[in-house]
Design a protein around this ligand. Structure first.
Ligand SMILES: C[S@@+](CC[C@H](N)C(=O)[O-])C[C@H]1O[C@@H](n2cnc3c(N)ncnc32)[C@H](O)[C@@H]1O
Length: 240
């Protein structure tokens, strides 16, 4: 199938599954620059409360700091999010997807844009064959897609087991969703921490697999039934 037709099919599928969601280039840019600031903040040993406006975090030698962050994008699709991370200065970039067609497309789009250092491979996050850990794991829409499976709750639970084995200790997991709110993602992480043996009462990082760090606050919000929310949520969790 020709590349463009496949890309159009991918985009059409996303529109069918996520019809109310603005999940495009603007979101990618926000996710990449916000995550960059968070990583630099962590590298400089100050966890920012909120990094939306932390432009001064890039003072110093950001390229050097970002080169220490190995990045894995699970369910990379067309791989454009990784290209955005490359533009922000990340250099150790890997994208995986269980769809061979998506990986072929991501690779050819990256080559065409001259991001030839991005690595791509076919891998099912629910049965991962990756044997290394990454300092930064990003997911944009993949947990959403997994949740659409008829066995959604079971698959989501498998996802958390797998993803926790891929994030290095002290590393970050950054999830972007247009199906779950920030609070729902935090609750899901708390449920995983509980299942994996952490004490539900404890809020110290030592006892928890993942600890909430921050979320993007700059997405437009809407109000429905008296509650305010955003159609897109990006939340970062620190791996113990
Ligand atoms: C909504 S799309 C998002 C694609 C890309 N992350 C983006 O933001 O444009 C979800 C992606 O997850 C992939 N995916 C779904 N289930 C997966 C699994 N179990 N393992 C790996 N990839 C998966 C799909 O093939 C698809 O490319």
């Amino acid at each position: 199938m020709c590349e463009t037709v496949f890309l159009e099919l991918c985009l059409m599928r996303c529109t069918i599954f996520f019809p109310f969601c603005r999940f495009g280039a603007d979101v990618m840019e926000i996710v990449a620059s916000w995550t960059k600031n968070l990583c630099i903040g962590i590298s400089q040993s100050h966890l920012p409360n909120h990094v939306d406006n932390a432009n001064n975090l890039s003072a110093g030698e950001p390229e050097k700091e970002l080169s220490n962050w190995s990045v894995l994008d699970v369910g990379t699709g067309n791989g454009l999010l990784l290209q955005e991370f490359a533009k922000q200065g990340f250099s150790d970039l890997t994208g995986t997807d269980y769809s061979e067609g998506a990986i072929d497309l991501a690779r050819s789009l990256a080559d065409r844009a001259e991001f030839t250092n991005i690595k791509f491979s076919v891998d099912d996050i629910l049965d991962t064959k990756l044997d290394k850990k990454f300092k930064l794991v990003i997911d944009k829409g993949t947990l959403d897609a997994i949740g659409l499976h008829p066995d959604g709750p079971l698959k989501r639970s498998m996802y958390w087991d797998s993803i926790s084995s891929l994030v290095a200790s002290g590393g970050l997991l950054v999830i972007t969703s247009c199906n779950s709110t920030k609070d729902e993602l935090i609750q899901e992480v708390e449920a995983f921490n509980h299942r994996s043996g952490a004490s539900p009462e404890s809020d110290t990082a030592v006892d928890q697999a993942f600890q909430y760090v921050d979320h993007v606050q700059s997405y437009p919000t809407f109000t429905f039934g008296g509650s305010a929310g955003s159609r897109v949520a990006t939340v970062a969790f620190l791996r113990n």
